[in-house]
Design a protein around this ligand. Structure first.
Ligand code: 13P
Ligand code: SF4
Length: 353
């Protein structure tokens, strides 16, 4: 029997566990059927106990499933918010509820902490699309142009870059690095669509790379138009990793947290979040009066992170994410350069015409 199966067999939905987790179930009751809670609750109770014992925090991305996002996470957010949290947490251990590049970013910013990823195979099609050697070739091809690198990349790629960005600060970062280098063109890697969407919001010219997010590239403009026909009045919010023609059909484009803020502030009667599937569940929990139209494009990498794997991770303190210290120091310079760029309010959250 494998270790995780054994752990599962030792957990039970006792009356004590039911009592201890009742307030957490109340939070997710709208999106987690009652019949499923007895399978989640013992994990939730044990993970929350172990976190305290081991002085650990769970940083969960907005794409985590609701029982992770609402019941065991200490901090939730988009890539930028999680990076900021990793930089300042006092905990000894960080468990990354997210994919490998996010865990690497946490390790880069907190080299003295233990950073755990519950499944090493949680990758990302964007991070896979480019290597450090590719970036060195780009530098040779375009001497003097600064390289802006999306955080969805390996530490090695970050190390070869001038500055990182996320979907919530990309325009600010592009403009700031162009100003600093006195140039009108920057290289922005590896997400071609994010770069094209950013290019529409700035006078800076952008040379890009052919990487795509395998979840967002699947949305089409025709699909967005169809949502409007079948759901009259629906407000369409799209992630800027979507193709530009999809963003052009949306009412608003922004990072995952940008979309969450939009729903919280504008309270549309009916909304569709053109992004990874679990986001709608997580946001629906907080907004019972908003009707969510739900396309379901799942990120297979994010979905590798589950309660049993998080528990296993905390119990065994595996899998520890490590980054070569020389690469980490160079990558940290790129991430910290990004964290120093001041954000103008709503700057990247383009209001489509
Ligand atoms: P943000 O949460 O930063 O918008 O990024 C989305 C994403 O795809 C992360 O993998
Ligand atoms: Fe990567 Fe896309 Fe999955 Fe985010 S949603 S981790 S960009 S593959």
């Amino acid at each position: 029997m494998d270790a995780r199966r054994l752990e599962a067999d030792q957990l039970a939905y006792t009356p004590e566990v039911a009592r201890e987790t009742a307030h957490l179930y109340a939070r997710v009751a709208r999106v987690v059927p009652e019949i499923e809670w007895p399978t989640f609750a013992p994990y939730v109770a044990e993970i929350n106990r172990l976190k305290r014992e081991k002085n650990a925090v769970i940083l969960a991305h907005n794409y985590m499933t609701p029982e992770i996002f609402h019941c065991i996470a200490d901090f939730v957010g988009d890539s930028l918010q999680l990076a900021r949290e990793a930089a300042k947490t006092e905990a000894k251990v960080i468990v990354q509820g997210g994919v490998h590049f996010m865990a690497e970013t946490s390790k880069i910013l907190s080299p003295d902490k233990t950073v755990l990823i519950p499944d090493m195979r949680a990758g990302c099609s964007l991070a896979e699309s480019i290597t450090g050697a590719d970036v060195r070739l780009l530098r040779q091809k375009y001497p003097g142009l600064p390289i802006v690198t999306y955080v969805n990349t390996s530490a090695e790629v970050k190390a070869e870059s001038d500055i990182c960005c996320t979907s919530s600060n990309a325009v600010d970062v592009v403009e700031s690095i162009a100003r600093e280098h006195g140039v009108d063109t920057v290289i922005m890697i590896p997400d071609e669509f994010l770069a094209q969407n950013v290019a529409k919001q700035t006078a800076i010219k952008i040379i890009t790379w052919k990487g795509h997010c395998e979840v967002h590239e699947r949305f089409t403009a025709a699909e967005i138009r169809a949502y409007r026909v079948t759901n009259p009045g629906v407000v369409v919010l799209a992630h800027p990793e979507c193709p530009p023609e999809v963003v052009a059909e949306a009412d608003f484009a922004g990072s995952t947290s940008g979309m969450i803020s939009y729903v919280a502030n504008k309270k549309p009667a009916r909304v569709v979040l053109v992004t990874e599937c679990s986001m709608s569940d997580n946001v629906a929990v907080e907004h019972p009066d908003v009707e969510f139209v739900r396309p379901c494009n799942l990120c297979p990498h994010m979905k590798r992170i589950t309660l049993p794997k998080i528990l296993h991770s905390l119990r065994t303190m595996t899998v520890e994410v490590t980054v070569d210290p020389i690469i980490a120091a160079r990558a940290r310079a790129s991430v910290e350069a990004m964290l120093r760029v001041p954000l103008r309010p709503k700057q990247t959250e383009k209001q489509a015409a």
